[in-house]
Design a protein around this ligand. Structure first.
Ligand SMILES: Cc1cc2nc3c(=O)[nH]c(=O)nc-3n(C[C@H](O)[C@H](O)[C@H](O)COP(=O)(O)OP(=O)(O)OC[C@H]3O[C@@H](n4cnc5c(N)ncnc54)[C@H](O)[C@@H]3O)c2cc1C
Length: 394
């Protein structure tokens, strides 16, 4: 039986960060993953360019049943620490917007730097390895795997969430957590497009599939995001919708202000005064694409020359554009979700070290924990910070 001091299950963002940190301290580290490649999600992330952190990362960018949990790790390994690592490896990057940092070239630059750091520090990574059984021993843990048995003092679970099973996601981390007496909070897909079933709404979304509306204000359950929305064949997507999906529960109404930057009642009244013979459809085509203007004019309003609208009718137009309400039928689920909400209950894990309070020597890092970031590089920052926190002590 081989005996590394630390075994990390999961060669994703959090597992690799934990491995390179622990190995740099001189620990004998073995990373095991059932996939045939390390860091598959990193490679897919940010449209292939990996939005690897956010310059404005704060605890308020994370959802958790225990909102204080993420603070300590985020404060001890910040976005600036990761940026320093990126610079050390001469990886070119840029801010896309809102503090979101992306690779100039491709996401593999980030994976490569993690693998180089792991290799230089002496961490071993074994892929294509199925974990069959885990047992507690007097001195730590014993693992039975498809690559043989391993014993270790510290066992780190870095198996991520359920999103995108085709990239290797499994519920294995939750299973291990339960095995050692942990509570796992209900999981659901986050940062995920909405689907619609109402026939008229579905037809509208399908007709406008691919159309984006910039800087909409979307709200639900007291949370608002101002960003782009995107119509899809199945419903709605785009950054504003993905952000909101993490706060949405089935049955909740979503409010969309399509034109939050315009005082619509005043603007419509002004247009009526200045160009009374213009049709509403023509006016809307100055704000949206021609196709969208035509469809809205047809389905939501009766398009006629502006002079024919009563003040009450104009107000109704303003209200519809500023507060389009809809109840999504659901989300696209784990198939396309970027993250999994819920997971291992952080109230049973040390916020300083990520060590289990139920089973000494067992650690949970990354997305398997009930900590979920907003869209914009925050999920990787959590993976780096939590992986580093455990890597310092395992
Ligand atoms: C398409 C997509 C794009 C994204 N883009 C961004 C982005 O640009 N910025 C951002 O901040 N976040 C992004 N995210 C979210 C981000 O990828 C995750 O939050 C992050 O990868 C979580 O890191 P992790 O190490 O906890 O888990 P993962 O990166 O998911 O790694 C888990 C690892 O565990 C392995 N594993 C799972 N089960 C087992 C098992 N039973 N046995 C052995 N190994 C196992 C997996 O193969 C995997 O290698 C994106 C997610 C997706 C799906």
């Amino acid at each position: 039986m081989s005996s590394p001091e630390v075994v990390i299950i999961g060669a994703g963002a959090a597992g690799l960060m934990c491995a390179l940190t622990a190995a740099a301290r001189g620990r004998r580290v073995l990373v095991l993953d059932h996939a045939n490649k390390a860091g598959k999600k990193i490679l897919m992330s940010g449209g292939g360019r990996c939005n690897f952190t956010n310059m404005y990362t704060e605890p308020a960018n994370f959802l958790s049943h225990n909102p204080h949990f993420c603070k300590s790790a985020l404060a001890r390994y910040t976005q600036w620490d990761f940026i320093e690592l990126v610079c050390k490896h001469d990886v070119p990057y840029h801010e896309k917007k809102l503090g979101q940092l992306f690779c100039d070239r491709k996401a593999s630059d980030i994976l490569q730097l993690l693998l180089v750091e792991c290799s230089e520090a002496g961490a071993e990574i074994r892929l294509d390895t199925a974990i069959e059984q885990i047992e507690r021993t007097d001195t730590g843990y014993r693992l039975a795997t498809s690559a043989g048995e391993f014993a270790c003092q510290s066992l780190v679970i870095a198996t991520g969430g359920l999103s995108i099973p085709t990239l290797g996601a499994t519920g294995f981390g939750y299973q291990v957590a339960r095995q050692f007496g942990h509570s796992v909070l209900p999981t659901r897909a986050g940062l995920v497009p909405f689907t619609v079933t109402d026939p008229q709404l579905k037809a509208l979304c399908a007709e406008l599939s691919g159309t984006a509306v910039e800087d909409c204000l979307v709200s639900c359950n007291g949370q608002s995001f101002k960003e782009n929305i995107l119509f899809t064949h199945r419903g709605l997507s785009g950054p504003a919708i993905l952000q909101l999906s993490s706060y949405w529960q089935p049955g909740d109404t979503v409010h969309i202000n399509l034109l939050p930057h315009i005082d619509l009642p005043e603007w419509l009244a002004e247009q009526q005064r200045e160009r009374p013979n213009s049709e509403l459809k023509t006016l809307l085509a100055e704000l949206f694409t021609k196709k969208m203007a035509g469809l809205l004019a047809e389905q939501w309003f009766v398009s006629k020359p502006l002079k024919q609208y009563t003040p009450a009718e104009l107000n109704a137009v303003a209200e519809r554009l500023a507060d389009w309400t809809l109840i999504p039928a659901g989300t696209e689920g784990y198939r396309t979700a970027e993250v999994t909400l819920g997971g291992v209950d952080t109230r049973e894990v040390s916020s300083k070290t990520m060590e289990s309070q139920k089973s000494p020597g067992l650690y949970f890092v990354g997305e398997v924990l009930d900590v979920t970031g907003h869209l914009g590089g925050f999920n990787f920052q959590w993976a780096w910070a939590s992986g580093h926190a455990a890597g310092e002590v395992v």
